[in-house]
Ligand binder design. Sequence first.
Ligand code: NDP
Length: 442
Amino acid sequence: MSGVRTRPHGAGEAGAGGWEPRMGQMTKMARTSDLEFGGPLGALVLVALLPCTVLYLLLACRTEAASVLNNPLPQLDPSQLWDPAALILVLAWFALQSVLYLLPLGKVTQGMPLWDGTRLSYRINGLHAVVITALLTAVGTACGLPLAHVHDCCVQLACVCILTSLALSVLLYARSLCVPEAALAPGGNSGNPIYDFFIGHELNPRIGNFDLKYFCELRPGLIGWLLINLAMLMKEWELQGSPSLAMLLVNAFQILYVFDALWHEEAVLTTMDIVNDGFGFMLAFGDLTWVPFTYSLQAHFLVSHPQELSPTGAVAIILLNALGYYIFRSANSQKNTFRRNPGDPTVAGLETIPTATGRQLLVSGWWSLVRHPNYLGDLIMALAWSLPCGLGHALPYFYVVYFTALLIHREARDEHLCRRKYGSAWSTYCGRVPYRIFPYLY
Ligand code: NDP
């Protein structure tokens, strides 16, 4: 059953943060001392800045110039920001995704060992959720559901999601003050309320079997991103008489990406988001607002800025996306297979470096090219998603720029955690694989 904690088989693996798991023996949870994002001040600035950025991008996307440095600034009429219908729509969406999450479909698996040596169970049914959502959308659209209207009320929907993310983060922080120390996040236990509110104070907040962080990571925002893209396609269809090749490519690439994430849903259980970070503003806002509204900017842009894409250009972009996807998927699968079963024939022949924890680090195959080949593939795909929007505007490239910054920062966070976990073995690995993400560059 989801939500049941069970003892792991074998010794606890090194945690990603400031804690030392010991089987059957509780040690004290250390305070988070390495503060990221510029500490409490940086966290405060981000809480204010990120929602403004989402609104700014959405408004800029609708102007003719569609410039990131719009001059004059996009007009902001406060009466346009609030619409009760948008609130109802967003709540209905969250309710639908919650029901799908609770369906007894798919297998139940265990997460990484927690501070006290226990593991939480998770139901893996994201793919069921997206397929059922797609069927419901198809039926709804056939019955006259005005999906294209999402384009018209996108700003109001974003406002509701911003408020929902904020309200959820406040509730999560308030709740975290009442839970036992063992439930806190290694990365979000600094003792500073602003910082802990931002990173997330409680590691795995659950209501019964309902894991709030896990649900938000892969469901309402990620599937919502696809729905917004589809709404943009419908809007373009309504305006132009047919969807453009550029719009079809953007939709197809991003459908592939989201389906891939849900097909490999189990892999999210080993990410630092689940293992190290708590559930606070950073993930709540990122999952529920940032992902659906900024990741869909290319499709949004294309509605009011149609692009002519030549067949040759389209083929080149498809090949670029295929290359990125190939690197991204093979690198992730190689590491995941190796972590699950190092004796698997597909990875058994790879060269490795032993570490004091008993785990090994791959030093051949994709993981000898750069220290994060999966990030490299992801960034190549990001470029392929923006190219259908042409080269005339910077705004559709916001995702590429933001994602590069995100992955460089994420790489630094992971590097820090791995150095702490693996010590000298990590230094040996870095000596063997000197580049982080871009071969011969970085
Ligand atoms: P990784 O999947 O790269 O995981 C990093 C972990 O892998 C390390 O902590 C370490 O953990 C293990 N590892 C590192 N090097 C090696 C090695 N040589 N051999 C074996 N294990 C190694 O990072 P993420 O979780 O950040 O990313 C997962 C995917 O999600 C990536 O493809 C990324 O691009 C994507 N992503 C997408 C985002 C989006 O918004 N679209 C946001 C963030 C990520 P351990 O040793 O404990 O196993």
